[in-house]
Ligand binder design. Structure first.
Ligand SMILES: NC(=O)c1ccc[n+]([C@@H]2O[C@H](COP(=O)([O-])OP(=O)(O)OC[C@H]3O[C@@H](n4cnc5c(N)ncnc54)[C@H](OP(=O)(O)O)[C@@H]3O)[C@@H](O)[C@H]2O)c1
Length: 267
């Protein structure tokens, strides 16, 4: 088991629902955490939980200069052992209304570029990269075309990187939460999940799974029993899932109205 008590961990998206729960768990394990997000007030508030264990960095990770400044800040603090790429946004709407550039920049390009920047440091520490994906990184779902594309991409990137770094001592992990109760989901998505009887986790459930994965090193983890089955069936027999989801399409589309990108700077 990998101990976390002497580790320095960079956590993106720390101000969000899952990020805050992960931070709490990491502190329980005795880790030092560098937390990032755009909301500096929230970052300062979170730092108050354990000022001796938490350092904060506020900024938009889609910006190249910000990512480089974050690297410099972490170098100044003595480097990191683990990078958790957790920051993300979502959008639920018809494909024509999707803000694709913002979704791709935030959910796919930024974590890839951040990983690239931190790789030399992580090679030195034989560190860990954990990318937070989604069930929708394995199952294409109506209304989430852009989001699904970014999470499919992140899963592919993680798998290729893991295989490329297999001889370096750097661990590359992928965690796919299912629907989780946080602000990333618009009221329409919450209502859709309820209407479809979709299982929804708390952020604590995801955070516990994430920390277990950091400690145990399981390379891939998909949360939710039904979602696990669905992911496997979709991989082997996609037509079965096409059929199952087409039966729900009318209901899904009823929730399209009035949706938008959550947490995005672009309106
Ligand atoms: N909740 C779910 O249903 C669910 C399901 C599967 C996977 N996930 C994944 O879990 C991760 C965390 O999501 P969450 O549910 O905790 O969402 P959330 O509560 O909305 O938090 C999102 C976090 O990402 C940060 N962020 C967004 N855009 C950013 C940017 N441009 N630069 C820097 N930080 C940015 C936000 O920071 P600020 O607000 O401070 O800007 C916030 O800390 C995401 O990758 C998401 O895709 C969530």
């Amino acid at each position: 088991m990998n101990k976390l008590d002497d580790k320095c961990i960079l956590l993106t998206g720390a101000t969000g629902g899952i990020g805050q729960a992960v931070l709490q768990q990491l502190l329980v394990c005795g880790a030092k955490v560098i937390i990032t997000g755009r909301d500096s007030l929230m970052l300062n508030k979170l730092a108050g939980l354990a000022p001796e264990k938490i350092n904060t960095f506020a900024g938009d990770l889609t910006d190249d200069a910000t990512r480089r400044a974050l690297l410099a800040y972490c170098q100044q603090l003595g480097g990191i052992d683990m990078l958790i790429n957790n920051a993300g946004i979502s959008q639920f709407s018809a494909a024509n209304d999707q803000q694709l550039q913002t979704l791709v920049n935030t959910n796919l390009l930024s974590p890839m570029l951040l990983t690239q920047l931190f790789l030399p440091m992580l090679r030195l520490t034989k560190g860990t990269i954990l990318n937070v994906g989604s069930t929708f990184g394995s199952i294409g779902y109506a209304g989430f075309t852009g989001y699904c594309a970014t999470k499919f991409g992140l899963r592919g990137y993680t798998e290729a990187l893991k295989r490329e770094l297999a001889d370096t001592g750097v661990r590359v992990l992928y965690l796919a939460p299912r629907a989780t109760r946080t602000a990333i989901n618009s009221p329409q998505v919450d209502a859709l999940n309820q209407a479809l009887g979709q299982g929804v986790d708390t952020a604590d459930v995801v955070a516990k799974a994430l920390v277990e994965q950091l400690q145990g090193g399981r390379p891939r983890r998909f949360l939710g029993m039904a979602e696990n089955v669905f992911v496997r069936v979709n991989a082997l027999f996609p037509a079965v899932v096409d059929h199952a989801l087409s039966g729900k399409l009318k209901q899904i589309k009823q929730f399209f109205i009035g949706t938008g990108v959550k947490n995005s700077a672009e309106v």
